[in-house]
Design a protein around this ligand. Structure first.
Ligand SMILES: C[S@@+](CC[C@H](N)C(=O)[O-])C[C@H]1O[C@@H](n2cnc3c(N)ncnc32)[C@H](O)[C@@H]1O
Length: 401
């Protein structure tokens, strides 16, 4: 049921008024996003140029989805993970919806769905912006809203003192295709928390990756060399999981000189660096998560260095089954990664909570066997391990005698 504030808010916006309201972050101004006069008045009150965009705020996520049917599945899933919450999400707007809120770029829409019990039940989306003069401080208390704005608003709702930090603005415009998300303006929700929710797709910076990984994993080169050994020789079709900047791919291509390699990684910036470093005629790279459907194959070799530990236990077991399906009979799966060591004192690699999720070698061997592999450890050092797993050749049925 709508609160009396929500009813008054709906009425004000519905008749073309401008409402001053307590948001989940700072005080805001709201009006009907499709009413040109109301929008012009709101912008004028703020002294905000009309070319600048404002977010459209929904008070119900399902209404946002119904109003924006063009949003893709992955983007919706991410929105469900983040909303309601103190974030503004920039999403693609191919249909040019809410043109008055879009400023000069009608292909992008800013979406807000706040956690706001005071306005629970408010029915319609509103165009909203913080209740300050353009460039002025964000008002945390109603008294901090400039006098003129307070006096000119058609409805004023005082919600007491608010947190005072504006929403974090996140660019999801390429998210559907690549999983990418980028913080455009820091705000109420920190990067750490977003990373936990969104899977840290952009944890690594290609420019600093090599120096960082060598500092974190001093045996980096040995680990790569052991993976190459475990990959055997003579593969012609390789799938690499977590290509990053191409360090592992480069070594695999040298070991398997006849091979073409398909590499997947969630991070488009890391893959852009790999594209520069690897021979284009032998390599095809795709931005995708390991958790999503793998390229079809069949592959002779699936290899991965320092990536699978980003999956939790269930995701690893599921991945191993899917790898088995894309391998040709007799094909090989080689993994080099950080693991949970038998002796806790060997856990020396720095891990980031929520992003690094290593598992014990014994568990991984068990999941590999369950998936149909013959698996063994080929190298171990502290909390690093290399596993070689062979897909059993198909049973050859003997001709009837
Ligand atoms: C430590 S790097 C390893 C790159 C390369 N194999 C090497 O050894 O240099 C890990 C890579 O895994 C990617 N990654 C992390 N989680 C992923 C996921 N769920 N799906 C796909 N790639 C992921 C990261 O973007 C990063 O490029």
């Amino acid at each position: 049921m709508a609160t009396s504030e929500a009813e008054a808010f709906d009425r004000c916006v519905g008749v073309g008024g401008v409402a001053l309201f307590p948001g989940d972050t700072v005080y805001g101004l709201a009006c009907d996003p499709d009413n040109r006069f109301a929008v012009q008045r709101l912008y004028l009150l703020k002294r905000r140029p009309l070319e600048k965009p404002s977010a459209v705020m929904f008070f119900d996520l399902e209404l946002a989805f119904a109003t924006l049917p063009e949003l893709g599945e992955r983007t919706r899933a991410t929105m469900r993970a983040l909303l309601p919450g103190a974030v503004t999400l920039l999403v693609p707007n191919p249909a040019g919806r809410f043109p008055l809120a879009c400023g000069e770029d009608r292909s992008t829409l800013g979406v807000r769905v706040p956690r706001l019990p005071l306005l629970a039940g408010a029915s319609w989306p509103v165009l909203q912006s913080s209740a300050n003069r353009a460039g002025g401080p964000d008002p945390r208390r109603i008294e901090e809203v400039p006098e003129l704005i307070r006096a000119a608003s058609d409805l004023v709702i005082d919600g007491g003192e608010l947190p005072g930090t504006p929403s974090t603005v996140i660019d999801l415009r390429r998210h559907e295709d690549t999983g990418e998300w980028r913080i455009v303006r820091e705000g109420a929700v920190g990067e750490e928390e977003l990373g936990r929710t969104l899977g840290w797709q952009f944890h690594f910076d290609p420019a600093t990756y090599e120096a960082e990984i060598r500092a974190e994993v001093p045996m980096f080169d040995r680990l790569q060399a052991e993976l190459v050994l475990a990959s055997d020789s003579g593969a012609r079709r390789i799938l690499e999981l977590g290509t990053g900047t191409g360090e592992t791919a480069r070594r695999l291509l040298a070991q398997h000189p006849q091979a073409l390699l398909t590499g997947i990684d969630v991070s488009e910036p890391m893959l852009a660096a790999a594209r520069e470093a690897l021979p284009a005629e032998r390599v095809s790279l795709r931005a995708q998560r390991l958790q999503d459907e793998l390229p079809a194959g069949p592959f002779d070799l699936v290899a991965s260095a320092l990536c699978i530990h980003h999956l939790d236990a269930g995701e690893k077991a599921d991945l191993f089954e899917r790898v088995h399906r894309v391998l040709a009979p007799g094909g090989r799966f080689a993994i080099a990664d950080v693991v949970v060591p038998a002796d806790a004192d060997d856990a020396v690699t720095a891990l980031t909570a929520g992003y690094d999720k290593p598992s014990p070698v014994a568990d991984q061997l068990e999941w590999l066997v369950q998936a149909g592999f013959d698996a063994r450890v080929t190298w171990e050092h502290g909390d690093l391990a290399v596993i070689a797993a062979q897909r059993f050749p198909p049973l050859v049925s003997s001709p009837a005698t």
